[in-house]
Design a protein around this ligand. Structure first.
Ligand SMILES: Nc1ncnc2c1ncn2[C@@H]1O[C@H](COP(=O)(O)OP(=O)(O)O)[C@@H](O)[C@H]1O
Ligand SMILES: [Mg+2]
Length: 283
């Protein structure tokens, strides 16, 4: 796993062979609508070298916020999307065989610590327990990492910052973060924005008419309130933005909402039909 040798794309992001996403700061500032003083909190946490944990459901702007803040602080952002197989080796680094030699390759965590980058560990609770153990000494005053394969301890660059996200709401495959881990972070809660702000986000992201944005936001709120549907996760701002983009590019309104909002939410035929009926009544 190396941060060199990446393929660049035109958004200023690149992915290495292991799916580690590296975004650079030369991209233009992404659009982000502040919801609740989170920009100030991040600024102060960055000044004070405190790690941040962002809690909240899928599609509520967590990743967008981190991209925006990295850009604002003028820092490179390295994103690691954690999953069940993510191990401390993936983060710290490993020896690889190169011709007749064995060479050490820094992982994204080591790279970020040395360069003073922002490391964003998306869905941290999904990672293997050894990942959590590895980051503990980084999250207190020590700000250091012991690399056992090298027998070396490295100190974090003064600008290095750790940001993690966590979705506490999963009803299935529920994964918790231990209190001993959570208490190492300053934590922010993200949720669906108020209708006024969500409309602004939709209009900004898709250029859709105000009237359509208003209807989509109303659909989102209606479905969010239908708790009896028993959805694992409900309508996110992301789904509404997707529907708005499809409508904006000319797809019929109801079809857009069916494919961008209803279908992604459930496979259960009756629930799906209920959601589609609600949508059809509202747009
Ligand atoms: N506060 C916000 N400002 C701007 N865009 C937002 C905001 N919240 C959500 N979005 C929109 O929702 C989409 C999904 O957000 P994302 O950051 O990927 O969510 P998460 O990381 O929480 O799953 C973004 O691409 C953007 O279009
Ligand atoms: Mg995300």
């Amino acid at each position: 796993m190396t941060l060199n040798n990446q393929t660049q794309n035109n958004t200023g992001s690149s992915t290495d062979a292991s799916g580690i996403l590296v975004s650079t700061t030369d991209m233009k500032t992404p659009y982000y609508h502040q919801i609740n003083q989170e920009v100030e909190v991040f600024d102060q946490a960055f000044q004070n070298k405190l790690p941040i944990l962002i809690k909240g459901p899928t599609g509520t702007g967590k990743s967008r916020f981190v991209e925006y803040m990295a850009n604002k602080e003028g820092k490179r952002l390295i994103t690691v999307s954690c999953h069940e197989e993510t191990s401390s080796t993936d983060l710290i680094g490993r020896y690889i065989i190169k011709g007749a030699e064995t060479v050490w390759i820094d992982g994204p965590l080591t790279t970020a610590m040395k360069n003073g980058d922002i490391l964003y560990m998306d869905e941290i609770a999904e990672a293997r327990p050894d990942v959590i153990v590895a980051i503990h000494p980084l999250t207190d005053h020590r700000r250091e990492l012991f690399i056992d394969k090298l027998g070396e301890t490295i100190k974090a660059h003064k600008d290095f910052m750790l940001v993690a996200s966590f979705n506490p709401g999963y009803q299935k495959g529920f994964k918790e973060l231990k209190p001993s881990t959570r208490q190492r972070f300053v934590a922010l809660s993200f949720d669906y924005p108020s209708p006024k702000i969500e409309m602004e986000i939709l209009q900004n992201e898709s250029n859709v008419d105000k009237d359509i944005a208003k209807k989509l936001v109303a659909i989102g709120n209606k479905i969010r309130n239908l708790t009896e549907l028993g959805l694992t996760e409900t309508v996110s701002t992301r789904l509404l933005v997707d529907a708005a983009k499809l409508i904006r590019s000319g797809l019929p309104k109801r079809l857009s909402v069916h494919v961008a909002v209803a279908e992604p939410l459930t496979d259960e035929p009756q629930t799906l039909q209920t959601i589609k009926d609600v949508c059809d009544l509202m747009i």
